[in-house]
Design a protein around this ligand. Structure first.
Ligand code: FAD
Length: 444
């Protein structure tokens, strides 16, 4: 092969499609029995239950992913949000089509500070001394956080939903870069048919164009000689057979940690990873600082809820300002009713995982759902799944703004995916942009 791609997540699929379009012969290896990684879905009780993403593409039909798909002529449709969102605050949901909606729940005083922050963020050059400040510290420098609780909650919930981070875990420069891109590209969109439909189209196209798509094939080692990658050793999980594939180019979609392990002929396991992360967290806590840790990931908890009645009246995100854990909820069936059985509504909640006590985190999510929807939740809703995302299946392999370079010490070995998303490009927009990065490097 001209190229081997490890991992058939969105990053691996897009890389393989781009390389094929450039006339390369490509083998794509995936250890699971299906493509898509954290961006696909399984049908469960007639519902498209996703393996990660909430069926949402952050910059919608004008974003980087959408453009890439158009360039690759992958059939798809993104249904963009019809509002900025809504905000659940003081026990009720306030819809915000634009600034007026924000004014309605912030009131005149906090709205004044909201506009002032907007000016400081977007209409004047950011002083160098402020760019690296954690966003929480930057806010505290410019507003009285005690007197502007809803305003702080506004930023906090958006960061938790969109980045799966607390405000002290993301730099001011990164918040500004990401928000500017949200304005530049536009509203988020739900994928028609859900993320599984998009992945199926990508896989179909790869097979049609002659790529070897090897599912249930786990890469065990990345082979190299004299500082240059030469191929991979893999195992067919069904038969147990091992195979060697050679190529001068290997693209890894499995993140830096697992890639490094494969170069060293080791395989990283979830238990080992969680242990390493606990230790790293203790080091950070002991240092009483928020010094960036090399491999800090973004972790979360997501709940799929099936409801007999519609609870969110629009296609955007409902941010929850008066909850303990849940940061936001989408009702993707507003965009595509086929994501759930006829007459039913699918809701997906997201929150940052704030402790190691998973049972408590789940209980807090349920308490939030009761607080938000009261009797309606008890009478009309059913929880389908509650899943935790961390270790080798996190929300983001590296926290926004702490991403690595796609270049590795081995010549011919590159990284793609959500550990190498460029600044300002979040989630799958960052994954798509990481593949554009790879192409630029190969062209250079
Ligand atoms: P992955 O999807 O993780 O792909 C890596 C693949 O490599 C996997 O399929 C894995 O099985 C395979 N693999 C690993 N090791 C090996 C090996 N040794 N050999 C062979 N194969 C291997 N993004 C959005 O844009 N919108 C959202 O609404 C959204 N919501 C999210 C909600 C949650 C709860 C989570 C978890 C994520 C969310 N994201 C969202 C983020 C998005 O899902 C990810 O950024 C994206 O799917 C990452 O794609 P990837 O290709 O980088 O990695």
């Amino acid at each position: 092969y001209d190229a081997i791609v490890i991992g058939a997540g969105l990053g691996g699929l897009l890389s393989a499609a781009q390389l094929l379009q450039r006339g390369k012969s490509v083998a794509l290896l995936e250890r699971l029995d299906h493509c898509g990684g954290r961006f696909t879905a399984k049908t469960f009780k007639g519902v498209q239950v996703s393996t990660g993403a909430v069926h949402m593409v952050p910059f919608g039909s004008s974003g980087v992913l959408a453009r890439t798909l158009r360039r690759l002529q992958i059939p798809h449709r993104l249904l963009d949000a019809d509002v900025f969102g809504s905000f659940h605050v003081h026990g009720r949901q306030v819809r915000a089509r634009g600034l007026l909606g924000v004014y309605r729940f912030l009131g005149p005083r906090q709205f004044f500070w909201f506009l002032r922050l907007g000016y400081l963020m977007f209409f004047r050059p950011l002083p160098t001394s402020e760019g690296d400040l954690p966003f929480s510290a930057w806010l505290a420098r410019h507003i009285n956080v005690e007197r502007n609780r809803e305003l702080v909650a506004f930023f906090e919930r958006i960061a938790r939903f969109a980045l799966s981070l607390e405000l002290h875990q993301v730099s001011t420069a990164e918040v500004i870069a990401t928000t500017k891109n949200m304005f530049r590209y536009g509203a988020p969109g739900i994928v028609e048919g859900g993320c599984g439909a998009l992945v199926a189209e990508l896989e179909r196209r790869l097979r049609e164009r002659g790529a070897a798509v090897l599912l249930s094939h786990e890469v065990l080692q990345i082979l190299h000689a004299d500082g240059h990658v030469t191929g991979v050793r893999a195992r067919n999980k069904a038969s147990g057979d091992e195979l060697l594939l050679s190529a001068p180019l290997v693209v890894s979609d499995i993140g830096p940690r697992a890639t490094t392990a494969l170069v060293e002929n080791r395989q990283l396991r979830q238990a080992e990873l969680l242990k390493q992360q606990r230790e790293a967290a203790q080091v950070i806590a002991a240092a009483a600082s928020e010094a960036p840790h090399a491999y800090r990931e973004a972790v979360g908890l997501k709940v799929h809820v099936l409801s007999d009645v519609s609870l969110i009246p629009h296609r955007g995100i409902m941010y929850c300002l008066d909850t303990q854990r849940i940061a936001g909820i989408v009702q993707p069936t507003n965009s595509d009713p086929r994501l759930a059985p006829p007459g039913k509504h699918l809701l997906i909640t997201h929150q940052v995982l704030q402790s190691e006590n998973i049972e408590e985190e789940k209980a807090l999510a349920i308490a939030d759902l009761r607080r938000l929807f009261g009797e309606t939740f008890e009478r009309h809703c059913r929880i389908l799944t509650m899943s935790v995302y961390r270790g080798e299946w996190p929300v983001n392999r590296l926290a926004q703004g702490r991403d690595l370079s796609p270049v590795t010490p081995l010549q011919g070995l590159f990284l793609v995916g959500d550990a190498v998303k460029p600044s300002g490009y979040l989630m799958v927009e960052g994954v798509a942009q990481s593949v554009n990065y790879l192409l630029d490097l190969l062209d250079a």
